[in-house]
Design a protein around this ligand. Structure first.
Ligand code: SF4
Length: 278
């Protein structure tokens, strides 16, 4: 289970030096930066762009690759670790070992507390893989069928394009959220264990993470339903997946009843009012 937990800000603050960034927005998003309407207000996105140098590299015609950027990050991280290691005293090491032991204990408890839901999420990820492995030919057949119908004048080019976009959207969405559900549920349960021990109150990371899992479940259900309408002959196999997802959504909602009300920075905030023109 992912170990890092955080305490969500009780209100959204903007760093004074960088007012355009929304603090903590990347903690409760679906990581689909390509489709994110807030990428220009996300510090994580901006830093990733800076490290990978995509924008500037394209402008300068430089040939920097993601591997170059990763190598730079690893070199910097290694120097940091070496510097920190030099500073470490025996006392620090004892504290570190105690911290690791606590973390392991929390993770074991989290695995136990959320085992039903996380196992179901993992099963879903395998079910989706299996479906695509077995039915790989379906999307190809659909493309060929549309091509044929366009040539025969049975449907317009615009209609065929629309259908292909719809199919592509379904597949992309299913594939994107397929593993995110498991990751976010693991995080939600792992945070819950820590919050219970610390008796935390207020907006909880467990609810925020569960909300992202629930949104991923909603989008996956939506995409499978659309896929079912595109391939009506596959209703049985899709229905099995839909039932599994729906049960998991119900179970998650029961375990995290406040999750839907969690306010995610940026995404669940009202846009600021524009000043009235005089
Ligand atoms: S907030 Fe948007 S841009 Fe930032 S990491 Fe999440 S999806 Fe990507």
């Amino acid at each position: 289970m992912p170990a890092k937990r955080r305490k969500p800000a009780t209100r959204t603050r903007r760093p004074k030096s960088e007012p355009r960034f929304i603090e903590g927005i990347h903690h409760y998003c679906d990581r689909w930066c390509e489709r994110c309407e807030f990428s220009h207000r996300c510090i994580k996105f901006t830093l990733t762009e800076e490290i990978c140098g995509t924008g500037s590299a394209m402008r300068d015609g430089a040939s920097q690759t993601v591997f170059d950027a990763l190598s730079r990050v690893f070199t910097e991280a290694r120097s940091e670790i070496e510097r920190a290691a030099k500073k470490n005293t025996a006392e620090d090491e004892e504290t570190l070992a105690a911290g690791v032991a606590v973390e392991k204990r929390l993770q074991r408890r989290a695995l136990h507390v959320g085992s039903r839901e996380t196992k179901a999420a993992l099963t879903y990820a395998h079910m989706a893989d299996e479906w695509f492995n077995n039915e790989l030919k379906l999307p190809l057949q659909r493309v060929r069928d549309l091509e044929r119908r366009v040539h025969q004048g049975l449907v317009s080019v615009a209609f065929a394009k629309g259908e292909l976009v719809r199919l592509n959207d379904c597949v992309e969405s299913i594939r994107w959220y397929q593993h995110l559900i498991y990751v976010k549920l693991c995080r939600a349960f792992s945070s819950r264990v820590e919050e219970t021990e610390d008796r935390q109150t207020g907006p909880l990371d467990s609810d925020g993470s569960a909300k992202v899992a629930l949104i991923a479940l909603d989008k996956s259900i939506e995409a499978w339903t659309a896929l079912q309408s595109i391939f009506p002959e596959k209703t049985d196999s899709v229905l099995e997946i839909l039932v599994h997802l729906d049960r998991l959504r119900t179970a998650t909602t029961k375990r995290f009843p406040k999750a839907r009300r969690f306010k995610r920075p940026g995404f669940d905030e009202k846009p600021p009012r524009k000043p009235k023109k005089r």
